[in-house]
Design a protein around this ligand. Structure first.
Ligand code: PLP
Length: 280
């Protein structure tokens, strides 16, 4: 069952106007919220980022946090599977095609997809990534549904048989096409600082909290392209992919070419943290 503009219905019954500004202009924002054991993970943080995105595009939030929490709970209840990925999407609504903001209600859509854990083989071997120049706009902190640049950048990886495209802007690492990136250099875990040039990942925050709690040596600072290419370890994080080791970059091995010790440690911390969440 999906949620569309106040109603729950099977996805086959759902339809929206071709004049929806999401369709015409990509004028909207979204969130992806993982659900483990039927409990949304870090819901308050996702709703906070949603508010940031809505503020960034000057669109009023149609619901309070309590209302969102209740509606998301209903989407979870109406769908099978203990682990789900909730996709939440808000556009500026349906209006005659014209650039200025119309005075119409927003379109609000939510659906659930099964949330599958990363395949053990990928955890064991890591994934390949390639690099590309970050040619997106300069409000990458907004989780905009206008994902054409991300789609094109991701396809470069797909075409090269890789799992992710790691983006470089002006000689510095920003993030992946759909993930945040961490690097290990001289045994120090490095994370690029949040800015308008990257999405403030919820998983990125979890990881930084876990490394602080567990006294893993880390620094949040700009990471140069050279540091990326000479890294001992690289890892990516996202709500749906959790944490994964990047073991090949531009067809060259990263470090030993296998997931490194720091990745293994962080992966374990993450799984423990998830288990605590599931127990409530
Ligand atoms: N960066 C981009 C561009 C993304 O699309 C995503 C998630 O899809 C992330 C980072 C990771 O964010 P989160 O950990 O909140 O899923």
């Amino acid at each position: 069952m999906i949620f569309l503009n106040g109603q729950f219905m099977p996805i086959e019954k759902a339809s929206i106007s071709v004049l929806d500004r999401g369709f015409i202009f990509g004028d909207g924002v979204y969130e992806v919220i993982p659900v483990y054991s039927r409990r949304p993970f870090r819901l308050d943080k996702h709703l906070h980022r949603l508010q940031h995105s809505l503020d960034g595009i000057r669109l009023r939030n149609p619901y309070t946090s309590e209302q969102w929490s209740d509606l998301i709970g209903q989407v979870v209840d109406k769908n099978a599977g203990d682990d789900q990925s909730i996709y939440l999407h808000i556009t500026r609504g349906v209006a005659k095609r014209d650039h200025p903001f119309p005075d119409v209600p927003p379109t609000v859509f939510m659906m659930s997809n099964p949330l599958l854990p990363p395949q053990p083989e990928l955890l064991e071997k890591g994934v390949a990534a390639i690099t590309a120049s970050d040619n997106r706009w300069i409000r990458c902190d907004i989780k905009s549904i206008s994902l054409l640049p991300n789609v094109l950048l991701r396809q470069i990886a797909v075409d090269a048989g890789a799992a992710e495209t790691i983006l470089i802007r002006d000689g510095f690492l920003t993030e992946g096409s759909a993930s945040n990136i961490f690097v290990v250099k001289d045994q120090v875990l490095l994370a690029p600082p949040k800015s308008h040039l990257m999405l403030p990942g919820i998983t990125y925050d979890v990881l930084l909290e876990l490394v602080a709690e567990n006294h893993v040596i880390h620094e949040v600072r700009e990471i140069s392209e050279d540091e990326l290419f000479s890294a001992e370890e690289i890892m990516l994080t996202s709500s749906t992919r959790e944490i994964m080791a990047v073991t090949r970059l531009n067809e060259q091995p990263v470090g030993t070419g296998s997931p490194g010790a720091i990745f293994r440690q962080l992966h374990q911390f993450y799984q423990q943290y998830k288990a605590t969440h599931m127990r409530g």
